[in-house]
Ligand binder design. Structure first.
Ligand SMILES: Nc1nc2c(c(=O)[nH]1)N[C@H]1C(S)=C(S)[C@@H](COP(=O)(O)OP(=O)(O)OC[C@H]3O[C@@H](n4cnc5c(=O)[nH]c(N)nc54)[C@H](O)[C@@H]3O)O[C@H]1N2
Ligand SMILES: Nc1nc2c(c(=O)[nH]1)N[C@H]1C(S)=C(S)[C@@H](COP(=O)(O)OP(=O)(O)OC[C@H]3O[C@@H](n4cnc5c(=O)[nH]c(N)nc54)[C@H](O)[C@@H]3O)O[C@H]1N2
Ligand code: SF4
Ligand SMILES: [Mo]
Length: 703
């Protein structure tokens, strides 16, 4: 028998998840035959989540897009014909050129992408160069993390961060708006080890998530009120003198002003009324938090995450929470403090990849959350005449879906979708392009959940006629006669470019973090950033703010027209404000992801759909009985934006007054062809222009 060629290749999970797992692929005769977690990865240790454990099913799925397609039927009908890459590229280049020459100009072209792959190269390099060079509208990529990013920046001058591996030393762990057991499972494993050593795990969440269920204490909070809870905790810390006065004196700005404001404006009864948490629980939480070192022999940690950001006041809530470890002094100890994201620690030179210097002056920016408005030309001239979608599935994941889809149906809109599958968005495309998966292209990866960066080595040749994102931009640049020196550059050359350290302001990121990191080393496996073990950046202050201090008082916020001190910003749609809206739609709806899916990715695979069951919601039994709803009933959820049907689960998994609708199903798999984003709004967060997916008033009735 002829001998097979056999090799193993190391790669990295590309999905939007903090864990950035390493994996090892066995390739026999050009076909991937085995796919496992990399046991040698110091953080992910060979364990992959259920979604990715069967990745070869996704890679070799019969419904993978194979060839470029051109639309033949009405938009959304899913009728396409096969075309060649040559004609697809020619058609896109011609359409772009004619828009650029028209009265609308290049800004009538809108790129639309998010984190389908988190790779530095296929995620944000030649794509940005291309759209910057032609002068397209800029896209503000706000759909996930900008509210908390800005909120954290205002207090700390960077993201709240410690070494996630140091969580082993934490002894009081608060999962705050974080479904850690599901969305960050390798950190959860460390939390669990800390618990074996005496840590208590608390979860603050309106929903009894998997994390809440596995925690020692679940604190159900009214959605969108975390900023108020943080103020209440600060009040108690000052009132009961549970503060680290030395830390406050040396490293913080505005302590007196903050204290006075808390005592003046936020009495505990008011906090309890806003948050729906009994005063005694807030007292207990704060005391346990503050006395962790004394009572449990280790510091307290707040894992704050995205659930609490997707509300009108999400930015300020993160800002407020980031103040707490400075007041208690928890930042001083390994494993103490707060953890939002490690993404800003690696000094990648993104500018070298993306070339923002190519952007023509006065180019407008469109907030991706407002795609509905953009497609209805409600954001000012010029109208959007072409939409180029890659690494994202906006017809499923964007808020106010009915209006997004109406926009995608516009006959005068030219839509290109570069995808692995015929997603809800691809169905509205004029041209569909087939994309490679992570096994089929090279990339280099940062992470937002640990300290290891790594290159992804291609394991197999591109399947069918699929092409990586960067390759398509090279082809388009050639077809449009753009400068070869900008685009005729290989992915490996790009990777080397971005590994030249790019130091930021006030020490974040620090250029030294790339000491010893080379392209070659990242191809061999995970490489730890050059940062001390149990890295704790704020032990001696050294905040990234202009003052170098933890800014309870923020001049920057004042200049931006905000309260310079921590404050409570209520949800846009507030069940307690006595408005006509709150009377007609009395229930607060949150829409966190279904654990079997990753946003809308994997929701098209049988295995994952089976695990998820069917589109459903959770409601409290008091709310259900008031509406005559029984477990298993088909119900209709209504907001001012639309209607959504799903199956009801009734019990005590949520706070009364709160319903939980798990996302993000593909539209075609729902009862009415529209998923829960038909209910959500395009209103933005207070800071960062983020999405408010969890800030919706609704009513529910039996069908
Ligand atoms: N399996 C799986 N893993 C994922 C994803 C996925 O879709 N599926 N998505 C990935 C992505 S893109 C992201 S951004 C992360 C998100 O990961 P997380 O930050 O964990 O975010 P969510 O799961 O959206 O929300 C976390 C929890 O916040 C709760 N929550 C909602 N509103 C509030 C509130 O007002 N206050 C508080 N305290 N809690 C609230 C929700 O009920 C939920 O249980 O996960 C990543 N990992
Ligand atoms: N209701 C509600 N809506 C939400 C959320 C929620 O919690 N509730 N979560 C929000 C959050 S946190 C986020 S981050 C967004 C995520 O929104 P998206 O970033 O749109 O995420 P996905 O739905 O995973 O879609 C990514 C798409 O990229 C494709 N893709 C993967 N790799 C490649 C590649 O190399 N090239 C190309 N061209 N395509 C590729 C995948 O096939 C997939 O269809 O959704 C948001 N929407
Ligand atoms: S989705 Fe997250 S947990 Fe799952 S394999 Fe990828 S990085 Fe790991
Ligand atoms: Mo996200």
């Amino acid at each position: 028998m002829a001998s097979l060629s056999l090799k193993t290749v190391k790669g990295v999970c590309p999905h939007d998840c903090p864990d950035t797992c390493g994996f090892v692929i066995t390739v026999e005769d050009g076909k991937a035959t085995d796919f496992r977690g990399d046991k040698d990865h110091p953080f992910t240790k060979g364990f992959l989540c259920r979604k990715v454990a069967n990745y070869l099913e996704r890679v070799y799925h019969p419904e993978r897009l194979q060839y470029p397609l051109r639309r033949t039927g009405p938009k959304g009908s899913g009728q396409f014909e096969r075309i060649s890459w040559d004609s697809a590229i020619r058609e896109i280049a011609e359409r772009f050129q004619s828009i650029i020459r028209s009265e609308h100009g290049p800004q009538a072209i809108l790129p639309y992408s998010y984190a389908g792959t988190m790779g530095k190269l296929q995620g944000s390099s030649l794509d940005r160069r291309f759209f910057n060079r032609i002068g397209a509208s800029l896209l503000d990529r706000t759909i996930c993390a900008t509210a908390g990013g800005v909120g954290s920046d205002m207090t700390l001058g960077t993201r709240a961060v410690i070494d996630p591996e140091a969580v082993i030393h934490s002894r009081y762990i608060i999962n705050w708006g974080s479904n850690t057991a599901v969305t960050n499972s390798h950190l959860w494993a460390i939390m669990f080890q800390a618990r074996k050593r005496g840590a208590k795990i608390v979860t603050i969440d309106p929903y009894r998530s998997e994390t809440a269920r596995k925690s020692d204490w679940w604190i159900p909070i009214r959605p969108g009120t975390d900023g108020a809870l943080a103020l209440g905790m600060m009040l108690i810390l000052f009132r009961d003198n549970l503060v680290d006065q030395d830390y406050l004196d040396r490293y913080c700005l505005g302590t007196e002003e903050l204290k006075q404001k808390l005592f003046r404006e936020y009495p505990l009864e008011k906090i309890s009324q806003i948050t729906g948490i009994p005063q005694l629980d807030i007292e207990l939480l704060t005391r346990e938090y503050a006395l962790s070192l004394q009572d449990r022999g280790g510091p307290s940690l707040i894992r704050l995450n995205y659930g609490l950001q997707r509300h009108g006041g999400g930015g300020m809530a993160v800002r407020n929470i980031c103040c707490i470890p400075a007041i208690s002094g928890a930042w001083r100890y390994p494993g103490g403090g707060a953890l939002l994201s490690t993404s800003k620690l690696a000094p990648f030179d993104s500018e070298a990849l993306e070339r923002p210097d190519l952007i023509p002056p006065k180019t407008r920016t469109i907030n991706m959350v407002q795609l509905a408005e953009a497609l209805h030309n409600q954001l000012g001239p010029p109208p959007v005449k072409a939409l180029y979608v890659y690494n994202s599935n906006p017809a499923s994941v964007c808020p106010d879906q009915s209006r997004v889809i109406q926009g995608l149906k516009r006959e005068d809109l030219f839509t290109v979708v570069h995808e692995q599958f015929l997603t809800d968005t691809a169905e509205y495309a004029d041209i569909v392009l087939p994309a490679t998966t992570q096994l089929e292209h090279f990339d280099i990866h940062n992470t937002y959940g640990h300290f290891y960066i790594q290159s992804n080595n291609p394991a197999i040749e591109p399947l069918y006629e699929a092409k990586p994102n960067n390759e398509v931009f090279r082809l388009l640049a050639r077809a449009m006669n753009l400068e070869p020196e900008l685009f005729e550059i290989s992915d490996e050359e790009l990777a080397a470019l971005c590994l030249k350290p790019h130091a930021g302001a006030n020490g974040y990121p620090a250029a030294e973090a790339f000491t010893g990191v080379t392209l070659e080393s990242t191809k061999k496996g995970p490489v730890r950033l050059h940062l001390p073990k149990d890295y704790a950046p704020f032990v001696e202050g050294k905040f990234g703010t202009a003052s170098g201090k933890c800014e309870f008082y923020s001049k920057r916020l004042k200049q931006m027209g905000f309260d310079p001190l921590p404050c409570y910003v209520p949800p846009h749609e507030d069940a307690l404000d006595g408005s006509a809206l709150a009377r007609e739609f009395p229930l607060q709806m949150i829409t966190p992801p279904e654990p079997a899916f990753l946003n809308s990715s994997f929701a098209n695979l049988d295995r994952n759909r089976k695990e998820a069951g069917e589109p459903r919601l959770e409601m409290h039994q008091t709310d259900a009985s008031q509406r005559g709803i029984l477990a298993g009933d088909l119900v209709e959820v209504r907001s001012t934006r639309g209607k959504y049907r799903c199956r009801a689960n009734v019990g005590e998994e949520t706070k009364p007054g709160v319903i939980v609708v798990l996302g993000i199903w593909w539209n075609k798999d729902t009862h009415d062809g529209q998923n829960c984003n038909t209910l959500t709004s395009t209103k933005l967060t207070d800071l960062g222009g983020g999405a408010t997916f969890f800030d919706n008033l609704v009513e529910v009735s039996k069908v």
